[in-house]
Design a protein around this ligand. Sequence first.
Ligand SMILES: *Cc1c(COP(=O)(O)O)cnc(C)c1O
Ligand code: SF4
Length: 338
Amino acid sequence: MTNHVVSLIRSDRAATWQEILSDLITDPQELLRILELNPDTNPYSLEALDKFPLKAPRPFVERIEKGNWHDPLLRQIWPSVFEETQTEGFVADPLNEEAFNPLPGLLHKYHGRVLLTAAPHCAIHCRYCFRRHFDYQANSPSRTQWEEAFAYIAADSSIEEVILSGGDPLAISDRQFNWLLQQLASIKQLTTVRIHTRLPIVIPQRITTELVRCLAESRLRLVMVVHCNHAQELDNAVIRGFRDLSDVGVTMLNQSVILKDVNDNADALIDLNKALFQHNVLPYYLHMPDQVAGTEHFYVTDQHATELIKTLHASLPGYLVPRLVRENPGEPGKTRIA
Ligand SMILES: *Cc1c(COP(=O)(O)O)cnc(C)c1O
Ligand code: SF4
């Protein structure tokens, strides 16, 4: 085969999720060029980038409307100068999670379930992220620490469910994920593994045949909670991933964060939940944003959020209305608002 033919074949092949992950957009100038936006009309904060760099996967950026500073997807990734605003009550660790961290990578806050930080990083940096100040390196378990986490779970018969979180738990390879799932399946009292992930939305290529196979073959009940905030985040590739997962019996749920000027209006939330349901995903939580330093420009008041939920109740069947919640340190579960 000539080199010419080889390179043709290469460029014909769709990029794998790992290739997409190693080619994220991290330079704001590049993002602006792709989106045909003039930087002078919306300056970005270099300081914000130092603290929490820009990270955007290309398949997600393709869904952003060109030339529109108000695009709801762009707003979620753009390092705004407002991140430097210091507001009383907005702090680095509002949930005081360090207090519930018995082992590296393991949070045990609620009865019956533990949360494992399966991967130290995400495929995207969401500017409103409540874990943006979280020390992932300190919470990125080594093999030995994994063994300790499994032993901790096995020793507490009240734990029935393991929640894989992150970072993004699907940022690990299929091989590592399969290993993790098998280790969990060997803990007798566990019935359920739940995966909290944004990867099926931002890089839908992550839903590989191998991943679907390992989920299909596990003895455990599997729940996937994706994180989608706006109907515009759904495209054909994302929808195909949802279908592949629900076809093998994975229970598909969505959680969103209510975000000012992204989805804090009834039409956006109605469209989102209807669209998700058409593709086998039910709403789970609508989170109030936590009061994390640097995210105040996304903050929505309880009163506004409560009114939105009332409008949703008046417009949708009950099963399409997400539960509006907030996390309060010290509570035995998420707190319902409205
Ligand atoms: C949110 C969360 C859970 C899961 O709570 P559910 O109400 O079951 O979704 C578990 N552990 C931690 C640390 C959490 O923050
Ligand atoms: S994917 Fe989730 S954890 Fe990662 S940056 Fe976004 S909100 Fe934060």
